[in-house]
Design a protein around this ligand. Structure first.
Ligand code: NAD
Length: 486
């Protein structure tokens, strides 16, 4: 059991209005937010119910005509102000994130920069032309395509990137002229509320940005059933994504689903092995492995298998575990279900013949939600960790012999978000990048994300893209105009 001592955040966060104060609890009740490093109470937040969820849509619907009609440069100005305020509050937002999500403070700061970059990007993108000409195929006709905002957009976000997953969706929707209702994860409502406070200070008119905290199935259930909600953008597990896909069918919503990943990390002989090891550590252990882009399955070419296993295990052995404010390499996992999954995946792999090269258990010295960075070797394809997302700091290594074999094993998954390849052979890289059924392929590197690229997956990793120009698509409809002057 987690103990119940307080994990205080600086009072100035409450004084500045970035955290709810003790008196901020109206009728609907409250919910505790806990620090995963200590189990202590970080804060309490007011929660809403179905009535609150409907009221948010009422407000967003009422605000839509004026917001969508506002000149794009005025919307852009407000987005630019939001961007500036987020960066000004960078340290405070990072503190709040650590206190509810647990990630190391340097990662939290990096996430604030990443989150802000989407706001800046879509402030600019709002100014790009939203009218396209068409070469006419009819005599005397003039043709144009207009991109128009769809209306109210519902944004549902997870706990692993509590700020960036909100801004990645919200900035695109708002820049396009939609109004939004946001439901953040129950684990990380404080980051969402702080972003909402900053949005209000940036000058978004009332009703344009609405954040609702409460029971996910109730709140989101109201939104999926409401025909006024025209678009739904969800980041989270494939399981919940399927449910929301079904729930959105009756009202034919535009959908963006950013779902699970189960990334293969493929290392060929002849690559820069030092670099492959360093990138493998990043690809697996950033955000303590709780990243949809996290590498889960490592396929290593036989000629370098033993060498890679030894070097990778040695590098992982050096990683430090600590509460986020102490800025170790890894922080705690989010909840005990996440710990249970690591324990189960390790036990299952070992029972099927895998060897533990390092780690393998909860780190009792740090606390019940800290799991040791773990490397398993000789993991058979039948092991659960080779088939399911682990979403934690356990790396499963397996040997392969041929290119065709590794392509087929890497593609043998319902997921298709990102794949990592290490090779210095250009032809091989070409063949791999063509053959891998993944929305993103990273060659000889790990970091691929950023506001200007279309982030998203193939197969059951999702639908649609976020970031880039493509991130506007689900929030806009195309209107085709055909004019005849003759
Ligand atoms: P989750 O699916 O459990 O929850 C995500 C969100 O959905 C939360 O806000 C939650 O409150 C809400 N939710 C949960 N049950 C719901 C229901 N019945 N009805 C409506 N809403 C519901 O996912 P999680 O555990 O918070 O996040 C981890 C998952 O997210 C992993 O699978 C990971 O791969 C995925 N993820 C994907 C991306 C991406 O961009 N593709 C990014 C981050 C995380």
């Amino acid at each position: 059991m987690l103990d119940d001592h307080q994990t205080p955040l600086p009072e100035r966060l409450t004084d500045q209005g970035l955290l709810p104060g003790a008196g901020d609890f109206p009728a609907d009740g409250r919910m505790a937010v806990r620090d995963p490093a200590t189990g202590g109470l970080t804060a309490q937040v007011a929660i809403s119910d179905a009535k609150g969820a409907r009221a948010a849509v009422d407000a967003a619907q009422a605000a839509f005509p004026a917001w969508s009609a506002m000149l794009p440069q005025h919307r852009a100005t407000i987005l630019h102000r939001w961007h500036a305020l987020i960066l000004e509050a960078r340290e405070d937002l990072a503190l709040i994130m650590v206190a509810e999500q647990g990630k190391p403070i340097s990662e939290a700061r990096g996430e604030i920069d990443y989150a802000a970059s989407f706001v800046a990007f879509y402030a600019e993108e709002a100014l790009r032309p939203n009218i396209e000409g068409v070469t006419s195929h009819l005599p005397d006709a003039e043709m144009e395509l207009w991109r128009e905002p769809v209306g109210v957009a519902a944004l549902i976000t997870p706990w692993n990137f509590p700020c960036a997953m909100i801004t990645r969706k919200a900035a695109a929707a708002l820049g396009a002229g939609c109004t939004v209702v946001i439901h953040p994860s129950a684990e990380t409502p404080l980051s969402a509320l702080a972003l909402a406070v900053l949005a209000s200070r940036a000058g978004f008119p009332d009703g344009v940005v609405n954040t609702v905290i409460g029971d996910a199935a109730t709140i989101v259930g109201v939104w999926t059933g409401d025909p006024r909600v025209r678009a739904l953008s969800f980041t989270g597990s494939t399981e919940v994504g399927r449910l929301l896909y079904r729930q959105s069918a009756d009202t034919v919503k535009r959908l963006v689903l950013e779902l699970g990943g189960h990334a293969p990390f493929i290392v060929f002989e002849g690559c820069d092995l030092d670099r492959a090891v360093a990138e493998a550590v990043k690809a697996k252990f950033a955000t303590s492995g709780q990243d949809c882009l996290g590498a889960n399955r490592f396929y290593i070419h036989r000629p370098v298998y033993d060498d890679f296993c030894a070097r990778f295990a040695a590098a992982v052995d050096k990683l430090t575990l600590a509460p986020g404010m102490q800025d170790g390499d890894l922080g705690p996992l989010i909840h005990d279900r996440a710990i249970a999954k690591q324990v189960a995946h390790v036990a299952d792999a070992v029972a099927q013949g895998a060897r533990i090269l390092t780690g393998g258990a909860v780190d009792g010295d740090q606390g019940p939600l800290f799991f040791q960075p773990t490397v398993l070797a000789d993991v058979p394809d039948s092991a659960a960790i080779m088939r399911e997302e682990t979403f934690g700091p356990v790396a499963a290594l397996s040997v392969f012999d041929t290119e065709d074999e590794v392509i087929s094993r890497a593609n043998a998954s319902e997921y298709g978000l990102v794949a990592y390849v290490h090779s210095l052979d250009p032809r091989r890289i070409y063949r791999l990048t063509r053959a891998l059924q993944y929305g993103m392929v990273a060659v000889n590197r790990t970091k691929v994300t950023g506001a200007p690229i279309p982030f998203g997956g193939m197969k059951q990793s999702g639908i649609g893209r976020e970031g880039a120009r493509q991130g506007l698509e689900a929030f806009t409809d195309i209107k085709y105009i055909c004019r005849d002057w003759a």
